[in-house]
Design a protein around this ligand. Structure first.
Ligand code: G6P
Length: 611
C-alpha cells in the first residue's frame, strides 16, 4: 500500500523523508521517490523501483538538500511499477504531488487536461491531480485555495501532499478516503499517511478528518474542513502503548489485538470505497480486466485464514452468484485438481510465508487458472510477490499466535472481493453494493459495540474453566465462524473444541452432549434462526449447557441451562465479522482462567514456513 511522508523545516529534510519511508515499508510497495525544494530554488526529485534503500543510495550518490519536501512509497494501481510511474509527479518544474488512493475519473480529467496542452509522462491516475492543480493556479494563485478548488473535481479516494516552487514555505495536504496525519515539531512540521513514519521526529500528532485541507508551514498549521470553514483539530500526544510491539495497557498481545479490530478494519477499508461502490482498482491495475473474466473462484489457505475463505464462499455464491470452492492448502497442493475454466485462484494468508499456501500457489500456476490473487497482511511476503494481484489486509503486525485482527481484516477484504467481482460481472442484486458499502463504513463502530461485551463474556468464561470438551454450532456463514471460535478455544486454552453445522448435530455429535459439555452457538437474527432454535432444543433435551451469542432481536432468553448473551444488531451479510469478536474474547478469558501462555500457546507457531 502507498505511503506518504512530507516535511517543512529549517534543517535538511531529506534524511527525515527517507527514514519515514523506511518506517512505512512494512505496508508493502514496489517503488519509492521523493521531491525536494532545493537551496537553488528548484524542485528536484529522485525515484527508484524496488526498495527504499535503492532510493537512499540514489540520494547518497546525487545528494538533495532542502527544507521542504515530499516522499512516497507506491503500490501500483494505475500503470506498472516503473520509475516514470513512481511518485512524486510534477507539473512542469513548478509543482510536485504524492498521492495515496484512486482517482476514478482520471481518464476524463486526463483528456480535458491534454486538451489544455498538458503533457503526461506516466500512466498513473495521480498525474491528473498535479496538472489539474497547475491549471487551477492560473486563476487562483494561492496554493491552498487552488487545492480546495481542484479537489472538488476529483472522484474517488485520496490522501495527497503538494509542494510548489512559488510558495516554498508550505506543504499542502488533502484527505478524502485515505488517512493523513500532521506531525507537530518545534519550528518544523511534518505530514504522513501513518504516524509511525514520523515517530523519529515528534510525538505530537493532529489527524486530518475526511474532506480536510491543510496548509502546513514551519511554525503554523491551518486546516479547513469539507465545507471550507477554518477548523482546529485536536493535538494528540503519542503514548508508548500504541506501538505494535508493546502490549501497552493490555495483559496480553492477544487482548490488545482483539481491541485493535475497529481501527484495523477501518484501515483495511480506507482508500478502497467510493461513494456507493468498492474501488476495484484497489486489487491492482489489471484487476478490472481480470475480474471481468472470472467465472469461478478457488480459495486456498491454512488455519484461521482457511476459515476466512469458508465465509467468503457463502458471500461469493449468495451475493455475487459466483461458484466458489475452498480448500486447505496442505490438501490442495498434493491432490490432482480439476480446474474449471476461468477460475481465479485466491490465496489467503496473514504471513504470506506459510509453506503449504505458497506451494499451492506455485502449483496453481501450472494448472491453468485464470490468474492469482493474494489476500495477505505482509506486503513484502513471498505470496504477494508471486501473485498476479494483491489486496493487503491492514491489520498491522500481529504478535499473538492465535490470529484475531488478521482474521477480521481478511473477512473485510473478502467482502471487498465479493462486491468487486459482483460489480465487474454485474451479478449483484440492485442496491446490494451501495447498502453493503454503507454498512462497511459503519462496521468499525459496530465492532466497538461488540467489544463492549468484554465484561459479560469474561464472566461467561467461568462456565468453561473446568470443562474438557466443547461443541460450537452455527448455520450458513456462521458455521465457519463457529469453526474459528472452536479453533481459538483449542489453540489457547487446550480445551477440546469441535465445530459442527448445527444441522449435523443429530448425525453424531448429539451422542456426546451432556451437562459437562458446553455448547456454544452463534445466532444472528436471520432466516436460519428458527431452524437453529430447534437444534438448540435438541441439546437442551439432553441436559446440555447452551451458551448462545444471539442478536438482540432474536427472541432468545436465559433459562435453565441456557445462557443468552446479546450481540449488537448487524446486517446479516456482515454478521460473521461481528460474531467473531465475542468468540475471540471467550477463548481469551477461558485461557486466562486456565493460566495458559495465551500469546505463545504450546506447540504452535505464528508463521508455519515448513510443511
Ligand atoms: C499458523 C498460525 C495461525 C494461522 C495459520 C495460517 O497455524 O498459528 O494463526 O492461521 O498458521 O497462517 P497464515 O499466515 O498463512 O495466515
Amino acid at each position: 500500500m502507498c505511503g506518504i511522508v512530507g516535511a517543512v523545516a529549517e534543517r535538511n529534510i531529506t534524511t527525515i523523508l527517507i527514514e519515514g519511508l523506511k518506517r512505512l515499508e512494512y505496508r508493502g510497495y514496489d517503488s519509492a521517490g521523493l521531491a525536494v525544494y532545493t537551496q537553488q530554488g528548484n524542485l528536484e526529485r529522485r525515484r527508484r523501483i524496488g526498495k527504499v534503500s535503492e532510493l537512499e543510495a540514489a540520494v547518497a550518490a546525487d545528494p538533495l538538500v532542502g527544507q521542504l519536501g515530499i516522499a512516497h512509497t507506491r503500490w501500483a494501481t494505475h500503470g506498472a511499477p516503473t520509475e516514470h510511474n513512481a511518485h512524486p509527479h510534477f507539473s512542469g518544474q513548478e509543482l510536485a504531488v504524492v498521492h495515496n488512493g484512486i482517482i476514478e475519473n482520471h481518464e476524463e480529467l486526463r483528456e480535458q487536461l491534454k486538451g489544455l496542452g498538458y503533457l503526461f509522462s506516466s500512466e498513473t491516475d495521480t498525474e491528473v491531480i498535479v496538472h489539474l492543480l497547475h491549471h487551477t493556479l492560473k486563476t487562483v494563485p494561492d496554493l491552498a485555495d487552488a487545492l480546495k478548488a481542484a479537489v472538488k473535481q476529483l472522484h474517488g479516494a485520496y490522501g495527497l501532499a503538494v509542494i510548489s516552487v512559488h510558495q516554498p514555505d508550505r506543504l499542502l495536504a488533502a484527505r478524502s478516503g485515505s488517512p493523513l496525519v500532521i506531525g507537530l515539531g518545534h519550528g518544523e512540521n511534518f505530514l504522513a499517511s501513518d504516524q509511525l513514519a514520523l515517530r523519529q521526529v515528534t510525538d505530537r500528532f493532529m489527524y486530518l478528518e475526511e474532506g480536510d485541507i491543510a496548509e502546513i508551514r514551519r511554525d503554523q498549521v491551518s486546516i479547513w474542513d469539507v465545507t471550507g470553514a477554518k477548523v482546529q483539530r485536536e493535538t494528540v500526544q503519542y503514548h508508548e502503548g500504541a506501538e505494535a510491539a508493546d502490549k501497552g495497557e493490555y495483559r496480553h498481545f492477544m487482548l490488545k489485538e482483539i481491541h485493535e479490530q475497529p481501527t484495523v478494519v477501518q484501515r483495511t477499508l480506507e482508500g478502497r470505497l467510493g461513494k456507493d461502490h468498492v474501488l476495484v482498482q484497489a486489487f491492482g491495475p489489471q484487476a478490472a480486466d481480470l475480474f471481468a473474466k472470472v467465472r469461478n473462484v478457488q480459495i486456498v489457505a491454512c488455519g484461521t485464514s482457511y476459515h476466512a475463505g469458508m465465509v467468503a464462499r457463502y458471500w461469493l455464491e449468495e451475493l455475487a452468484g459466483i461458484p466458489c470452492q475452498v480448500e486447505v492448502a496442505s490438501e490442495f497442493r498434493y491432490r490432482k485438481v480439476v480446474v474449471q475454466p476461468d477460475t481465479l485462484f485466491v490465496s489467503i494468508s496473514q504471513s504470506g510465508e506459510t509453506a503449504d499456501t505458497l506451494a499451492a500457489l506455485r502449483n496453481a500456476k501450472q494448472l491453468g487458472f485464470l490468474g492469482s490473487l493474494a489476500i495477505c497482511n505482509v506486503g513484502i511476503s513471498s505470496l504477494v510477490r508471486e501473485s498476479d494481484l494483491t489486496l493487503l489486509t491492514q491489520a498491522g503486525p500481529e504478535i499473538g499466535v492465535a490470529s484475531t485482527k488478521a482474521f477480521t481484516t481478511q473477512l473485510v477484504s473478502l467482502m471487498l472481493l465479493t462486491l468487486s467481482l459482483g460489480q465487474v460481472r454485474s451479478t449483484l442484486a440492485a442496491g446490494v453494493e451501495a447498502e453493503l458499502v454503507e454498512e462497511l463504513r459503519r462496521l468499525p463502530t459496530r465492532l466497538g459495540e461488540a467489544l463492549a461485551m468484554d465484561a459479560v463474556v469474561e464472566k461467561t468464561a467461568e462456565l468453561f474453566a473446568d470443562k474438557h470438551h466443547t461443541l460450537f454450532l452455527g448455520r450458513g456463514a456462521q458455521f465457519p465462524v463457529a469453526m474459528e471460535g472452536a479453533l481459538k478455544l483449542k489453540e489457547i486454552s487446550y480445551i477440546h473444541a469441535e465445530a459442527y453445522p448445527a444441522g449435523e448435530l443429530k448425525h453424531g455429535p448429539l451422542a456426546l452432549v451432556d451437562s459437562d459439555m458446553p455448547v456454544v452457538t452463534v445466532a444472528p437474527n436471520n432466516e436460519l434462526l428458527e431452524k437453529l432454535k430447534s437444534n438448540l432444543q435438541e441439546v437442551r433435551a439432553r441436559g446440555g449447557q447452551l451458551i448462545v451469542f444471539a442478536d438482540q432481536a432474536a427472541g432468545m432468553s436465559n433459562g435453565e441451562g441456557t445462557h443468552v448473551i446479546a450481540v449488537p444488531h448487524i446486517i446479516d451479510a456482515l454478521a460473521p465479522i461481528l460474531y467473531t469478536i465475542p468468540l475471540q474474547l471467550l477463548s481469551y478469558y477461558v485461557a486466562v482462567l486456565k493460566g495458559t501462555d495465551v500469546d505463545q500457546p504450546r506447540n504452535l507457531a505464528k508463521s508455519v514456513t515448513v510443511e
